[in-house]
Design a protein around this ligand. Structure first.
Ligand SMILES: *[C@@H]1O[C@H](CO)[C@@H](O)[C@H](O)[C@H]1NC(C)=O
Ligand SMILES: *[C@@H]1O[C@H](CO)[C@@H](O)[C@H](O)[C@H]1NC(C)=O
Ligand SMILES: CC(=O)N[C@H]1CO[C@H](CO)[C@@H](O)[C@@H]1O
Length: 380
């Protein structure tokens, strides 16, 4: 049998199995408590605690439920509490059968949200497994980058670009329709930690008012649909002024972390840490952490180090000093490494140079040991 035939038979079997699930527009409620803000940290499963978590952008695009199950099981075993996943997957042309996509914006036809077995039903599996293992999810709605569609996919349909997307009524209308479909689906689930506006929104060269206004409008919209879950921005935490005046402090990406954190409908702040991509030395990471903690303290909201990574051959040497800063010197509510990696039925998950694989020697100091001390850290 040709490989392509085997694959199409498997896809057909899988399609039948998955479509047996009810295609609910709202998933069944579960009755445990929702995560919420408690001072500078969070109450998770009715316990006020610090946490460690991670990122798996790909988990909602897997087509084998057992793979999703394995990752969630390993998250729980590792005492990681919060998992950030891509809640978007936008396409401008319909992919081959068996490839997951969530929203189609095909020029010449009406945009639609894919509720089928190769659509949001794959995210349903992630949410259901998260409920089962007690993992909480940060789900975001659009990518600043071109991966899995993002702002560019809206641009291809609506004729917007990377900067005027934020103020285009047509593009924002579709973005809000998408948000509504996802939020309605899971608004009763305690597996949702927070809704996130986007992954690393930027508006290069724009006034910081553009993203500020967009973040305010969008977060208010989400709260109107679902007042019980937290909402956050998903930005990299750019500071305007301060530091040594280098790139992360110039405001050139149109984001003012502190200004945005003041928005009432954003429950906590996020920041990311990519020294090598930003032309900064790795050691600077600890300063970046201290600066964001200080702003959180001033504004009185929790702040989460939501992505961090390094592309050296010894991740422990680079990251352990950062994690020590988080643990010993701040009230950063949680840190979430980029990126979790594991061995699935399809082979190893992606490694962009930052991955730390479950069960490897570096997984112990960077995940097992750090996650354990974060959940045990006394809340003052
Ligand atoms: C987007 O288009 C507007 C005109 O509508 C233009 O002013 C702006 O510079 C463009 N931005 C980019 C990133 O090309
Ligand atoms: C990586 O760095 C850690 C901490 O500095 C060190 O203990 C370990 O021996 C290093 N591992 C390798 C393979 O060099
Ligand atoms: C709503 C709100 O508090 N806005 C403030 C955001 O931060 C800027 C300074 O960065 C203030 O000028 C705004 O009043």
């Amino acid at each position: 049998m040709k490989v392509s035939t085997v694959l199409s038979v498997l896809t057909a079997i899988q399609a039948v199995a998955v479509s047996a699930l009810p295609a609910l527009s709202e998933r069944a409620p579960n009755h445990a408590a929702f995560s919420k803000v408690a001072g500078r940290v969070f109450e998770i499963d009715e316990k006020v605690q610090y946490f460690m978590g991670t990122n798996t952008y790909w988990i909602g695009f897997l087509t084998n439920d057992d793979d999703v199950d394995l990752v969630m099981k390993h998250m729980k075993e590792s005492k990681m509490k919060v998992l950030r996943v891509w809640g978007f997957n936008d396409v401008n042309e319909i992919p081959a059968p068996g490839t997951v996509y969530y929203q189609a914006m095909v020029p010449g036809s009406e945009p639609y949200i894919n509720l089928g077995p190769d659509g949001l039903q794959r995210l349903d599996v992630v949410v259901d497994k998260a409920v089962h293992y007690g993992v909480k999810l940060i789900i975001n709605f659009v990518n600043n980058w071109g991966d899995y569609g993002g702002i560019q996919a809206y641009g291809n349909y609506f004729g917007t670009n990377a900067t005027n997307w934020y103020e285009s009524a047509a593009a924002q209308g579709q973005y809000q329709k998408y948000i509504k479909a996802v939020v309605r689906r899971y608004k009763h689930s305690n597996a949702i930690f927070a809704w996130e506006l986007g992954n690393e929104p930027r508006c290069k060269g724009c006034s910081t008012d553009v993203i500020y206004n967009w973040a305010k409008t969008t977060s208010e919209y989400i709260k109107s649909l679902d007042p019980r879950h937290m909402v956050t921005l998903g930005d990299e935490g750019w500071l305007v002024g301060g530091g040594d005046g280098s790139y992360p402090y110039q405001g050139g990406e149109g984001i003012d972390f502190e200004k945005n954190l003041s928005i009432e409908t954003l429950d906590f702040g996020t920041f990311h840490q990519w020294p090598h991509a930003w032309g900064m030395p790795y050691e600077w990471g600890s300063q970046w952490i201290l600066e964001h903690d200080a702003i959180g303290k001033k504004v009185g909201k929790p702040v989460v180090l939501e992505e961090y990574g390094d592309i050296t051959t010894n991740h422990t040497a680079i990251r352990l000093p950062w994690l020590d800063t988080v643990y010993y010197d701040t009230q950063i509510a949680g840190d979430m490494y980029w990126q979790y990696a594991d061995f699935l039925s399809t082979g190893p998950t992606p490694d962009d140079g930052n991955a730390v694989y479950y069960g490897t020697p570096e997984y112990k100091p960077l995940v097992i040991d750090h996650a354990a001390r974060m959940v045990a850290k006394p809340v003052i």
